[in-house]
Design a protein around this ligand. Structure first.
Ligand code: UDP
Length: 337
């Protein structure tokens, strides 16, 4: 297949790129503006197999269109997006323009240039503050922050555009696979999360263990949850990456669909911190802090659908493994042993 990956110099995209290259089965082109993605990640993956890299912002629709019309990709896997909840509250338009408006343009060009499969990185943040904390793909989507809203609007655009494309072109219309990611962390060893001022809990904890931060703040201890701190469903990035390959394969013989990608198991902020202390043997400083804007109390996947319908088989389902791999990567980046 000829596959275009947007944002594949970034954390999740680079792990998917690696697994796609390892299959040896695809002709791959990456576009990334290197805003948060790293050229080093792409360079590291070049040794697996050749692929094209074009430094391009997807807001540059003229160049994107030229590329996609010339190359006639079979599939697009669209990662390029901003991802920080708190920033999205402070700068909503940054999120609506890059995450939503740019996705609409990309979808338009994809359909016009004959793309058959469109895989989209969506998020559990589209569910908002679910009543029971556990969400299936059919649960109501009522995001409580602009990040989640920007992705939900993109989902709607993709669904509507694919339905119209199918109505017009039948079997040649574009299909979508929407993946709603839960809390992604960990690293595969060669590549990992690598941008400054990261805000995600496991990354922050690893920086603390490495001495790059003085303390970890617990944002809110008065939530309605097991221990008063927020509960999340943490998934290893390598398992999240393989879900993309499984969904792409699924689409070749099935209709468009939406999949939660998580393990269906939750850990509180304090449980993550305790696990990180145990895994590392480092007793770092933990401070209580006020709630962070836009955080739901509990968000856990019911992820039975992807396991039932696709060939996806998670292999790293352990918080210890997620944290130890994230920590090993953090140390590697900092030249620590
Ligand atoms: N969190 C925290 N301290 C931090 C970073 C995150 O207490 O330094 C909490 C955050 O409030 C949320 C959970 O950890 O309840 C997971 O946050 P993260 O940013 O990792 O992912 P999100 O769920 O926002 O996508």
């Amino acid at each position: 297949m000829k596959i275009l990956l947007t944002g594949a110099a970034g954390y999740i995209g680079s792990h998917v790129l690696k697994q796609l290259l390892e299959t040896g089965a695809h002709e791959i082109c990456v576009v990334d503006n290197l805003y948060s993605g790293k050229l080093e990640a792409l360079q590291c993956l070049e040794k697996i197999a050749k692929f094209d890299f074009i430094k391009l912002d997807i807001a540059n629709t003229a160049e994107l269109e030229k590329l996609m019309v010339a190359r006639r990709f079979d599939a697009v896997i669209h990662f390029a997006a901003f991802i920080e909840v708190a920033e999205s509250v402070a700068k909503p338009l940054k999120y609506y323009l890059n995450n939503t408006a740019n996705t609409a343009n990309l979808v338009k060009i994809a359909i016009e240039s004959g793309v058959k499969y469109f895989i989209f990185s969506s998020t559990a943040a589209t569910y908002g503050e679910p009543e029971s904390g556990v969400v299936s793909e059919e649960s109501p989507q009522m995001p409580i922050n602009p990040y989640g809203a920007s992705k939900l609007m993109s989902e709607r655009i993709i669904k509507d555009a694919c339905a119209a494309s199918k109505a017009k072109a039948g079997a040649n219309g574009m299909k979508y696979g929407i993946l709603r990611y839960f809390n992604v962390a960990g690293a595969d060893g060669e590549i990992g999360q690598n941008y400054p001022n990261a805000t995600h809990l496991i990354k922050v904890v690893c920086e603390c263990i490495c001495g790059a931060r003085e303390s970890v703040s617990v944002f809110g201890s008065d939530y309605e949850s097991r221990d008063g701190t927020c509960e999340r469903d943490y998934i290893h990035v390598c398992d999240l990456a393989s879900a993309h390959l499984a969904v792409l394969e699924y689409l070749s013989s099935h209709e468009s669909d939406v999949f939660n990608v998580g393990y269906g198991k939750d850990f509180s902020v304090r449980e993550v911190i305790e696990c990180a202390k145990k895994v590392s043997g480092v007793d770092f400083k933990v401070l209580d802090a006020p709630r962070r804007a836009g955080d739901p109390a509990v968000l856990i996947s019911n992820a039975s659908k992807i396991r039932k319908l696709t060939s996806w088989q998670p292999r790293y389902q352990s918080l210890e493994l997620i944290i130890s791999s994230a920590l090993a990567w953090e140390k590697k980046c900092r030249n620590l042993s």
